[in-house]
Structures are given as structure tokens and as C-alpha cells.
Design a protein around this ligand. Structure first.
Ligand SMILES: NC(=O)c1ccc[n+]([C@@H]2O[C@H](COP(=O)([O-])OP(=O)(O)OC[C@H]3O[C@@H](n4cnc5c(N)ncnc54)[C@H](O)[C@@H]3O)[C@@H](O)[C@H]2O)c1
Length: 332
């Protein structure tokens, strides 16, 4: 039985704790957070856990075999390196860390300690994203492929809109897409981006459009704002077909199991519904995979050595400035 501790007991830390509490092979035994309010709330939800006020205290307590880190992104490096230095396997929330340099040092430390460092890129474990990802990977859309995403809405605020601590939507929100595109397309090569800040209060870049180019010619188009209300656009297009997120002209699935679905349309206009069950959710699969990695049963599907590439994309976009520049992506 693997004893799991949760570091950072806010929104995502509590969500992760519930996921681990619900899977076999582990016991949620402890939590750590400097905030007495957050510790008290966590104790109310998980009364059998022991609470600590720092990362050092929980990882050196001898009470935990593995930890989940869900502190604000700018603090990931400190918490993860402390846990790794104690030889404790880590599942750290996305984004892996705030800079490529921090990610590099964490990967080196995990390597030195021969310890698991997995990054919670939950979409790699999402049955829905995996189901349409399999369509893309199978070649049904042809090549090259353009994955287009436009998102706009008022963001989570707080530390998320601080440049150093959260990095804004092009770091925190879009990192899911960078990582999944890396998963599907391979290594990113360069980005072309243009940005504008709409909110004078935000020290983070709040609005930006970027094209991430891959070595095989595929592209990820991201246009993201956490400072303006707007509609979302998502599709994936290729020379042999496209995927739209909805049912297309097809009816919704009628069976009683709740599904998430999208629609593949081929060159002739023939439509196929791609659907997957909503339960168990990606967090349960992700937790199970992390536990298997800790036991040494499987090769990690979301290691720090992969997640660093998503931070390289984000970091390159954040550093490019407002002017519409093309830059190489590098993580070595
Ligand atoms: N996978 C996802 O879809 C997803 C969704 C939301 C957030 N996240 C990520 O999860 C992480 C946490 O986000 P959140 O929304 O839960 O933040 P939050 O602000 O709700 O919670 C962060 C918690 O960390 C605590 N904390 C601060 N410093 C600490 C330290 N040194 N040691 C231990 N605890 C400390 C805070 O007191 C707070 O309770 C972020 O990296 C975020 O990007 C991921």
C-alpha cells in the first residue's frame, strides 16, 4: 500500500486528493500547506490524514511514500526539488515548473535520485482526448494537420495572472494543448506569436495568438485570452478529413451512459461520431498510472523529460514579446 501525501491543499490539491482517495493500491495519509485555513478544510474532507505546515515537514516525516504537488506554479520548483532530494516520488501538477531552466534541474535531480518525476498532464490520461487523438495518430486526417484553438474568458485571477507565479493563460491554460500536441505530433520546432495585454492590472501576458510548428509540418494554433469574454473555437483539420467538437449533423448518443463526443468528417463528407465515457475520469486514470510508476510496473507516460517541452513552448511565447516574432523552441 503506497502512502500518498498532498502538498498544496487548494482547489487542485483537494481534487487530486479525492482522486487518490478513490483508487486502489494507495492510502491518502497526509497533507501539507502553510495556510491554517486550508489545512483545516482538508482535515474536514479527509479526517484520517496527518497535516503539516511545509513541504520539508511532510517529506521528512517518514509518513509518505509519494507526494502530489499542487502549489502555485512559481513554487513548483522548490516543492518538487525538496521532495526529490528526500527520495520521494512526485506527481506535480502542470505546468511542470515556471521556466525551462527549473524543469531541467528537476529532471537532473530525479535522474540523480533515480526517483519518479511525473507531471500531471491529465489529458494524456483522458479517455476522450485519447479517443480523438487516436484518430489523428491513425492518419485519418492525412498530413500535415492543423489543430486550431481559440479561447477567451475571464481567467482565474489571483497568482495565475502574476508573471513569475503563474505566467497567465499562455503558460497555465494552453500548456494542456502544447503537451497534447507534443504527445501527438512529436517535438515542437518553433513558435510564431503576437500578443497584446488587455488588462493593465495583469503582470502576466493575458492575450496572445501563437502558431507552434512541428518538425513534421503539423501546426498548433492557439489564441488565448484571460482578459476578454469571447467564444471558443476548436477543430483539427487535415487534407483527408477533420474533427469538430460537437456531433456534426449526427444525433447525440442515445445510450444512457454519459459521453463526451466529437465528430470526424472525411473528404466525402461522411461523418463518424467519436465518443467516450465520462467515468472514470482522467484524474483516476492518472493517479493509477502514477502509482504503477512508483511500483516500477510501467514506463511513465508523462515524465518530466516530456513535460519540459511544453514549458519550452510556453516560455518561448512569453519571451517573444508583442511584435509577432518567430523563435526556435529549445529545452536542452
Ligand atoms: N490539471 C488541471 O487541469 C489543473 C487545474 C487547476 C490548477 N492546476 C494547477 O494546480 C496547481 C495549483 O493550483 P490551484 O488552483 O489549486 O491553486 P490554489 O491557489 O487554489 O491552491 C494552492 C495552495 O498551495 C498552498 N501553498 C502555497 N505555498 C505552499 C508551499 N510552499 N507548500 C505547500 N503549500 C503551499 C496555498 O496555501 C494554497 O492552499 C497549479 O500549478 C495549477 O496550474 C491544474
Amino acid at each position: 500500500m503506497i502512502r500518498v501525501g498532498s502538498i498544496g491543499l487548494g482547489g487542485m490539491g483537494s481534487h487530486q486528493a479525492r482522486a487518490f482517495d478513490g483508487v486502489d493500491g494507495c492510502k491518502l495519509v497526509a497533507g501539507a500547506d502553510p495556510s491554517p485555513e486550508m489545512r483545516e478544510r482538508f482535515a474536514g474532507n479527509f479526517p484520517d490524514t496527518q497535516l503539516f505546515d511545509s513541504t520539508e515537514a511532510i517529506v521528512n516525516s517518514g509518513k509518505v511514500d509519494a507526494v502530489v504537488v499542487a502549489v502555485p506554479t512559481g513554487l513548483h520548483y522548490a516543492a518538487v526539488s525538496t521532495a526529490l532530494a528526500a527520495g520521494i516520488p512526485v506527481l506535480v501538477e502542470k505546468p511542470m515548473a515556471r521556466t525551462v531552466e527549473e524543469c531541467k534541474r528537476l529532471n537532473e535531480e530525479a535522474d540523480r535520485r533515480n526517483t519518479v518525476l511525473m507531471v500531471a498532464h491529465c489529458r494524456r490520461f483522458d479517455p476522450y482526448w485519447k479517443s480523438w487523438g487516436a484518430y489523428v495518430a491513425s492518419g485519418k486526417l492525412g498530413a500535415p494537420i492543423l489543430w486550431r484553438n481559440a479561447m477567451a474568458g475571464f481567467g482565474p485571477g489571483r497568482w495565475y495572472m502574476d508573471h513569475e507565479m503563474g505566467g497567465g493563460p499562455l503558460m497555465d491554460g494552453a500548456v494542456h494543448n502544447y503537451d497534447f500536441a507534443n504527445f501527438l505530433f512529436g517535438d515542437p520546432e518553433s513558435v510564431l506569436s503576437s500578443s497584446v495585454n488587455l488588462d493593465p492590472e495583469s503582470t502576466a501576458l493575458d492575450t496572445c495568438s501563437a502558431i507552434v510548428r512541428y518538425r513534421n509540418g503539423n501546426q498548433l494554433l492557439m489564441s488565448w485570452s484571460w482578459a476578454a469574454r469571447g467564444n471558443g473555437l476548436h477543430d483539427i483539420i487535415g487534407p483527408k478529413g477533420f474533427i469538430q467538437f460537437g456531433t456534426g449533423d449526427l444525433p447525440e448518443p442515445e445510450d444512457d451512459m454519459p459521453h463526451q463526443y466529437c465528430c470526424y468528417t472525411d473528404r466525402e463528407g461522411e461523418q463518424t461520431l467519436i465518443k467516450s465515457k465520462s467515468e472514470p475520469d482522467m484524474y483516476a486514470y492518472q493517479a493509477e498510472h502514477f502509482l504503477s510508476c512508483v511500483r516500477g510496473d510501467v514506463t511513465c507516460l508523462s515524465p518530466g523529460t516530456e513535460a519540459i517541452k511544453a514549458i519550452a513552448v510556453a516560455d518561448t511565447i512569453l519571451q517573444a514579446g508583442p511584435g509577432g516574432e518567430s523563435r526556435e523552441v529549445s529545452w536542452t
